[in-house]
Design a protein around this ligand. Structure first.
Ligand SMILES: [Zn+2]
Ligand SMILES: [Zn+2]
Length: 307
């Protein structure tokens, strides 16, 4: 898609902003998340670099509006898709502008470059690839949400692009847009059952599960659009195994009430669990990525892997 003239862009952006005011993270939530990252880094010096980078990226993600248009999916179409196990956004044109996504991606590259010496050269490679049209973020985003996520990293590798950083920054660039899209989709999902481990809105795997309230009901949280959906506790969300003898946990002694990882010995995957009273906001989900990183190390060390 070619860029339109700038003046017209501004007018369109203002219209979008009027139609869809942010309904997502406010400045107090973002400040709270940044503060939690600072506390994590003070308590666990090993997390210092990761926490500082995540805080910088988080501030960048929410520094400017992410205008989103209205999605046109009927209740009937949504019901058919959900019954068939098809995420609502599969094959749908994303309801925001390519240039807004690209601008945020470039700002995230600059944040990563400034914040972390490890990323100085790779982030610069990415910025150049986007500016020279070698990296098509729009096509990549549609493939990611169209269910082709698993082949993207290999394709980026063959193009000599840093796959891990590209996917991390693309996910963070998409998130402020997609969390608003998920808010729009929520009424279409109300009352419809969804018995899948992947996200009913965008199709991504969950980044963690919340164990909510005293009853510890389990809600999966999508790492791409932040949507949430309830699932059974004795169930592997990745392979649907329900044999409790094949399901287990890994944890750090003393913190199992607050956080641990559920494991499956059929598909050898794991899912991080976090006890919460209320749903985590999108910035809080990004804090948990850093706070629960030790569970990833323990699970990987025991032979489990992400899906
Ligand atoms: Zn999602
Ligand atoms: Zn499994």
């Amino acid at each position: 898609m070619k860029d339109k003239p700038e003046e017209k862009d501004d007018a369109v952006a203002k219209t979008f902003a009027r139609i869809f005011k942010r309904q997502t993270a406010d400045s107090a939530t973002i400040a709270g998340a940044v503060d939690k990252l600072a506390k994590l880094s003070a308590t666990y010096p090993d997390l210092q670099a990761a926490a500082a980078l995540q805080a910088a990226l988080l501030r960048t993600m929410y520094a400017a509006p992410a205008p989103v248009q209205s999605l046109d999916i009927s209740a009937e179409t949504a019901a058919i898709r959900l019954i068939a196990g098809t995420p609502l956004l599969h094959g749908v044109a994303l309801p925001f502008r390519e240039q807004d996504l690209r601008a945020l991606f470039l700002r995230l590259c600059a944040s990563a470059r400034n914040q972390s010496e490890n990323h100085t050269s790779t982030a610069a490679v990415l910025e150049q690839a986007v500016q020279r049209g070698r990296l098509d973020l729009w096509a990549l985003s549609h493939r990611l949400i169209g269910g082709e996520g698993s082949t993207l990293a290999t394709d980026l590798d063959t193009q000599d692009l840093p796959a891990a950083l590209t996917m991390t920054l693309l996910r963070l660039a998409l998130l402020p847009f997609l969390e608003q899209v998920a808010v729009q989709l929520a009424p279409l999902r109300a009352g419809q059952s969804w018995q899948q481990g992947y996200c009913p809105s965008c199709g991504a795997w969950p980044i963690l599960a919340e164990q909510r309230g005293l009853e510890q009901f389990r809600y999966l949280r999508c790492g791409l659009c932040t949507d949430s959906w309830e699932v059974d506790r004795i169930w592997c969300v990745f392979c649907h195994n329900r044999d409790h003898l094949q399901l287990g946990y890994v944890q750090v002694e003393g913190e199992e009430q607050k956080q641990r990882a559920a494991t499956c010995d059929v598909c050898h995957s794991y899912l991080k669990l976090r006890s919460t009273l209320t749903p985590l906001s999108a910035p809080e989900l990004l804090v948990e990525e850093v706070a629960l990183a030790h569970l990833d190390l323990i699970a990987l060390d025991k032979g489990y892997a992400p899906p």
